[in-house]
Design a protein around this ligand. Structure first.
Ligand SMILES: Nc1nc2c(ncn2[C@@H]2O[C@H](COP(=O)(O)OP(=O)(O)OP(=O)(O)O)[C@@H](O)[C@H]2O)c(=O)[nH]1
Ligand SMILES: [Mg+2]
Length: 321
């Protein structure tokens, strides 16, 4: 890793869309200063000018890791990439990584060690550690969906909870995080700006975004915050489309994989065909929801050690042995 930090372009892992995604690692205060960008608080989502190239969404997940989301143009990503190089950042590039671990018995083991330097999910260990043997013993190559799921153990997937105002979205976020990260109140519009937090769901760490309630008639900063949330939702690996017994889920949501969840299930029987019910007030359904989300992102089959998984990036790795 270079003195100021490193970065990874994750866009190729996402379906083509309006927004690209780059992750940057390094001491956050220094990174903001080097990028000449107004700092963002941990857990905040903000719009920032990106190295003089574009304006995009910035999320600071913790003191050393931020995601930046410029518009989804390869040309813009390339400009940001070269600006980061000029500023002294190094790229997390798997082929080079394979040479950076001379103690590894194979390129696959080197890539495993490299992946483990940034994998936060506890379940990454159970899948990645056996990979040297899996490749050496000639286990069957994992199908594409398994490779993609295992990569989510290394680079946490983005989960956005979207729904009408005042139905318990922030309460759910706090309950899953096990900490008070989002403000809760019994009035619509409590969450003004999206809040980003890393949450461990059944052993898989996700980037959870608690969005403001989406409603017609919003204006000014409320409308801006809702548009920001919708833009983030377009890039989500999983959209949590929430309702409660009194309010149906949003009819129009970005076209990404979605899970329908009924919150405040203690308020009545109506569940609008939700796939999971939760009442944080009664402490019901939380661990089941965590498991359902984990299974949608990383199915049980992807955790099975029977596969030789291609968990590294798309770059051509000729000579992997
Ligand atoms: N009965 C019941 N009330 C709940 C439950 N979860 C949250 N609430 C209450 O619902 C109200 C709204 O909760 P929030 O979590 O702020 O809702 P929100 O969807 O984030 O609201 P906005 O940010 O304004 O869109 C608060 O009074 C909570 O205490 C639940 O499981 N059951
Ligand atoms: Mg809220």
């Amino acid at each position: 890793m270079s003195a100021c930090g490193s970065f990874l372009v994750r866009t190729s892992l996402l379906s083509p869309g309006a927004i690209s995604l780059l992750d940057i690692w390094g001491d956050a205060a220094s990174v903001f200063s080097i990028l000449n960008m107004a700092p963002v608080e941990v857990g905040s989502v903000a719009l920032r000018r990106l190295v003089g190239t574009d304006t995009g969404i910035v999320v600071l997940w913790n003191e050393y890791w931020l995601s930046v989301m410029p518009h989804g143009s390869p040309a813009i990503v390339e400009q940001i990439r070269s600006a980061l190089f000029t500023l002294g950042f190094s790229e997390f590039a798997e082929p080079e990584a394979a040479r950076a671990y001379p103690e590894a018995r194979s390129s696959v083991e080197a890539l495993t060690l490299h992946a483990l330097t940034r994998a936060l999910s506890p379940r990454a260990l159970e899948v990645l550690l056996p990979q040297h043997d899996a490749h050496m013993l000639g286990k069957p190559p994992a199908p594409g969906h398994v490779n993609r799921a295992v990569r989510r153990l290394i680079d946490p997937p983005l989960v956005v909870a979207l729904g009408p105002p005042n139905i318990g979205k922030s309460t759910l976020c706090n309950a899953l995080a096990g900490a008070s990260v989002a403000i809760v109140a019994d009035e619509p519009g409590t969450t003004r700006d999206p809040v980003g937090v890393l949450i461990n769901l059944d052993g898989v760490v996700v980037r959870w975004v608690d969005a403001p309630g989406i409603c017609a008639g919003a204006r000014g900063p409320d409308l801006e915050a809702q548009n920001l949330a919708l833009a983030l939702a377009q890039t989500a690996d999983l959209l949590i489309r929430v309702c409660d017994p009194l309010q149906p889920p949003l009819a129009a949501v970005p076209d990404v994989p979605a899970l329908d969840v009924c919150l405040r299930a203690d308020l009545g029987p109506e569940r609008w065909n939700a796939e999971a019910d939760v009442s944080v007030a009664r402490g019901v359904g939380l661990s089941q929801l965590a498991e359902v989300i984990r299974r949608r992102l990383v199915p049980d089959g992807a955790l099975d050690p029977c596969w030789a998984v291609r968990f590294w990036g798309d770059a051509d790795l000729s000579g992997v042995s």
